[in-house]
Structures are given as C-alpha cells and as structure tokens.
Design a protein. Sequence first.
Lengths: 330, 385
Amino acid sequence: MLRYIGWRVLLMIPTLFVISIVSFAVIQLPPGDFLTSYVAGISARGETIDEAEIQALRNAYGLGQPMYVQYFKWMSGVLRGDFGQSFTWRVSVSALIWDRVWLTILVSFVTLMFTWIVAFPIGVYSAVRQYSLLDYVFTFIGFIGVAVPSFLLALILMVFAYAQFNMSVGGLFSPQFQDAPWSWAKVVDLMQHIWIPVIVLGLNGTASLIRIMRANLLDELNKPYVVTARAKGQSEFKLLLRYPVRAALNPFVSTLGWTLPQLVSGSTIVAVVLSLPLTGPMMLQALVSQDMYLAGSFILILSALTVVGTLISDILLAWLDPRIRLDKIG
Amino acid sequence: MTQILSDDAVGSQVEKRRPIEKEAQVFVASQWQLMWWRFTSHKVAMFSGVVVILIYMVALFAEFLAPYEPDAVNSRLLYAPPQTLYLFDSMQGGKFGLHVYGFKSTVDPKAGRRIFTVDLTQKIEIGLFVKGHEYKLFGLIPMDVHLIGPKDPDQMMYLLGADRLGRDMLSRMIYGTRISMSIGLLGVVISLVLGVLLGGISGFYGGLVDNLIQRIIEFLRSIPTIPLWMGLAAALPMNWPPERIYFGITIIISLIGWTGLARVVRGRFLAMREEEFVMAAELDGASELRIIMRYMVPSFLSHIIASTTLAIPAMILAETSLSFLGLGLRPPVVSWGTLLQDAQSVRAVLQAPWQLWPAAAVILSVLALNFLGDGLRDAADPYSR
C-alpha cells in the first residue's frame, strides 16, 4: 500500500509541473507585457506612478528577461505562497483568492457527497426493478440531467424561484453575513444557501452515476453466484447487499477521478450565473480585464487541487480494492 | 448469434422456413448491413438520427427558413412577445388563412417600458414561400423566397418574440444553428485527426511513446476544462475578425477534447494487434501502412464513428458555455451561446422569457446527438451478443 501511494505521488509531480507551465502560458498569452498596460491604465486615470516602483516590479517579475527566467521567478514565488500582483485590485493575489478557493472546495465536496448519496440507492433500485415505472422516470431525469448544461439549469431555477416564490436564490450568504467573520450563525446561513448550487451542480454527475451503478449491478445480477445464493435460500435484501452491490461498487468509486474535474469545471460557470462567491466570477472578471496573474493563479490552484483530489480518490480506491494497487505497480 | 447455430435450430428447419431464410441472410450479410439492422432496431436512436439530420438541414438552409435577416432591427417593437400563429380566421367565419395579429403598445410609466397588447383589428396575413429580403442560397444561388413570412414584407412577424433590438428570435435561432452545429462538427474533425493520429501512434507502437501520450491524456483529463478554456479563449485578441475568433475557439475546444477519441482508438489498436488476421497480414509481408489502412481501420471505423457522434454534444456545450460567459464568440456572430448572453440575468429572463428559446435548441440537439451516438455505439459491434 505504501509503495502504491509513493508511486502515485511520484507520478503526480510531472503533472503538477505541466500544470504550472500551462498556467504560466495562460498568464503570458495576452499580447504585450502586462506592466505596460498597467502603467497605461494608471496614467489614464490621471494618477502618476513612481519610476522606481515600475523598475521594482520589472525586476520582481523578471520582465524583459528570457521566458524561463520569468517562469522561474513566478514559480519560486508561488512555492513561497506569493502568486503575484493583481493589477485591477492592486493587492497581492493571495490576499484575494483563498476565501474563494476554500468555498469552492467546500461546495465541490458537498456536491460530491450529495451525488453519491442520491445516486447509490437510485442506481440500485433502478437495477433491481428494471423497466419499472420509477426506473423509467429516473432514466428520463438522467438523460435530461446529461443534456441540460448546468448554467442553464441554474438560470431556470433562479427564474422559477423568483417568479413562483418571489425568492432570490443567488449567492451563498444572506447580505448581513456577506462580509461578517466566521461564526456559527454564518455557517447555518451557508447551509441554508448551499443546497441550490449543490443540486444544480450535482444533477449532471448524479445522472451519469445512476446509469453507471445501474449498468454495473445489472451485469452482476445475472451472474451464477447470485442464482446460487438465491437457491440457498438467502433473503433477497441480504443477498443483494452482500455480494452484487459490493462488486458493482468498484467501478462506481473509480468514477471519482473524473467527476471531480467536472465538478470544479461546472462550478466555475454556475458560480457566475448564481453569483456565488466562488472562484468562477472573480476568474471571469480577471480574464476579461486581463488581470493575468490573478487568472493564472486560479487556473493553477484549481487544477492542482483537482489533481490532489484525484490522488486521494485513487488511494481510497486502492485501499478498497487490492487488485488495483498490485496491478498498477507490477 | 451463436444460439442460432445450435442443433435444434437446424432441426426445426422444415417447419420454420421463413425465419431460417432470415438467419441465412444474417450469415452472408456484410458487416455494414448487420450494423444497419442493429441500428434500425433501436427506435429512439433512429428517431434521433432523423432529428439530427433535420437540425443540420436547418443549418444548411438557414436563409430560406428564416423569415428575416438575423440583424434586421425594428426600433418600434423592442421585446415584442411571441405572436400566436392562427390557421383559421374566426371573424370571417373560420375561413382558412394563416395570420397573426399585430400589437398595440403603451408605455408603462411605472416600469418605464413598453407593454404590448394584441391588437385584434390589425391582421397580418402570413404566407408560405413568400418573397422577402434577397439572399444567396449556399452563397451561390440568388433567391428571395422564404418558407414562411408575412405576405407584405414590410410587416413584422415574431413567432418566437423579439429581442432587445426588435430582432426576430426565430430567425436568429435559425442562423445560430449554423454556427453552433458547425462548431461541433469542425471541432470534432480536428479532435478526430488529433485523436486518431496520437491514439493510433500510441496503440500501434506502444512502449515509451505510448507512455508519454498516455500521460498527456491523463493530464488533460485530470484538470478542470472550463477554467482552462476560459483562460485560452480570453487570450484571443479582441480585434480579430469574427471568422478568426470562430476558428480560434474551435481549435481551443478541440485541443482539450481529443483525448476521449484517442483513448478509443488506442484501445482498439491494442486489441486488434493481437488478432490473427493482423498477424497473418504481417507474415504475408504487408507493409505497416497497408496493415493499418486495409485491415485495422475498417474493423474499428464503426467505433470511431460512434465515438465521434458522442463527442459532438460536448463541443456544442463548450461553445455555448464560453459564448454565454462572453469569452467565446462575440455578438455580431449569431450562435446559440451568444443569443443566450442576452438571457443572463433573472430580470432579463422575466422581462422576455422567450429569450431562453436557444436553450431549447441546445438541449434538443445535445439529446438527439447523445441518443444517436448511443445507438451507433450499440450497432458498431454487430458480432457481439
């Protein structure tokens, strides 16, 4: 097991390296050097900027020097927790992003749990009662869930809630808690708001998980060992949970690896529609105003966290299923 | 198919003449014939296939189908609600004749905007194959006939309502079909080339190359796509002409989307390499290229077609999402995503709910393509089961 974990962590290093290069490339993509446009923006507002300050910034980011020097300077800053400067907010990036990153992790995690808790029993039911009325209902909902992009679902839900209940469903906090420090009341308030983004984000994943669970279990249910157990007079419920469900659970767990990137990806755009204080809206704003250190940091952190999340899920899976940890190394 | 070969099937040959004939057909049928039979038995997929063809027809004949040009504005009818199309005129004793009614507009001083009420005295006659603005079909044939429209070209017909500039939603949606569906198609072609090339190399040569390509695929699959797409799309210069933005967006979407296709190709190659017929060809001294093109590709072509169909909806959704956020195609271009940009806030949707119609088009095409792809995938392997 330890060998497997070590091997997986080692594999992660090149991935993280590539992520950092891609994020750096995104920062560098807009034409021109950002400092020039920063200075131009400041002079356009009629303010003046000290020549020494420009020079200091130029040195700090290695502008005018070769790409790899700039990359190295940026990367060594990142490793020390300094992600660069946000030029629209005029503060350091790390002062802006962490609140939003933590909330994104929280929402993604809760959504993941929701997806599992809902998809598991429905998947089992749909397989055991194949072609029943409810099975068809769930199948239908599943197809809708796959075809409706989550941002549209968010929009429709918002309009519906507003038109029917005169309720505003955007945001994660009530106005009085928006900037308040964390307290028990704020947590309760968060819990009251979080379910809408969770449902919106979770529907897509839930739909595909139900399909996967149903297909897996249907495969298992036709195997001879199930017939044997039934012939031995085991009760149907016990029989179901003891063998086929356990066998069907494995591919189910392994889907974690790709649901996580999807969730983070979906949350970016849903957060914009529902105006949630997650990474999405700020990243969009940063991209539109070409505040590239801020935008690049979001890409870097979100991707890195997703990779770490996938690692954790892989380790969990290996812990559940010994075949995996032996297979992958050997 | 193995069941059919069993002894009692042969024994009952005399009594059941017809089914046996059909079975005999199965034995001599070509692979594509078997696939077609398998596919036609999947009714939902068949129906979806027809829907997909219809949607592409709409894209092809957009100028003919749309009553107006997508950017024809009408300043008197901003946010005009959808009109009901009547078949019979109740005032003239139910005489047949397509028509809609015009609007009376009053300004609501409180809300500060126009309110439209249907004006029953103002009958606008609608005809099929009417003359309207001139256009060139396929960019070649000059024409001015439109499938449906008011008989008097100066009058307006809004079957799906008007947007904030009084432009016809229906016409805009029809033109949007062209951009949205073609981006899916073009994106899939680019992904296919990348996927088949890299997946093929990966599966055929194996070893170090395979390892490297697999790591790249794993990397691309493990990072959240939308943030990366956003970052890349935002880097497209603002002053690019619309066509270049269009290609830029397509390339960005397919740069990340090829991984799924590459996986299918690689898996097929790996499985195929072990097959006897490939070894036989090798022993026969066939060149590598000939083995691939003559023996391997035909046997997994059907899988590629199915996977390609399943990849299109993701492309369509990607374009819609990016354009909706304002990072994809930009407004003079009409796509479903740019149309939905107008429906971004609750207020905009409540004021003019018909602005959500493009969403219905997105959902319909994604559903249809998904079902079609599912059906094709099931049919792709006619020898299984």
